[in-house]
Design a protein around this ligand. Structure first.
Ligand SMILES: [Zn+2]
Length: 73
């Protein structure tokens, strides 16, 4: 798998990424398994990780403008 921005090599990493839910709500997901580009630093999420994140975000409902959750249970 290569970076979709620059074609560079992707490496596995664990990171924290923010997801915007609407105009005034951001959820930061911690300990997210991701791929990071060694050349440009772009983060890429695999389909199964993205699906799990979407399920987590769907389950949150309305809340604070800024919320931090963990990817791992
Ligand atoms: Zn790249």
């Amino acid at each position: 798998m290569r970076c979709h921005v620059c074609g560079g090599p992707l490496e596995r990493t664990v990171t924290d990424l923010p997801f915007k839910l609407g105009a005034h709500r951001t959820v930061i997901v911690r300990d997210l398994p991701a791929l990071v580009c060694g050349q440009c630093g772009e983060h890429v999420l695999e389909d199964e990780v993205m699906a799990r994140v979407e399920a987590l975000l769907d389950g949150l409902g309305d809340g604070a403008e800024l919320e931090v959750i963990r990817y791992a249970a």
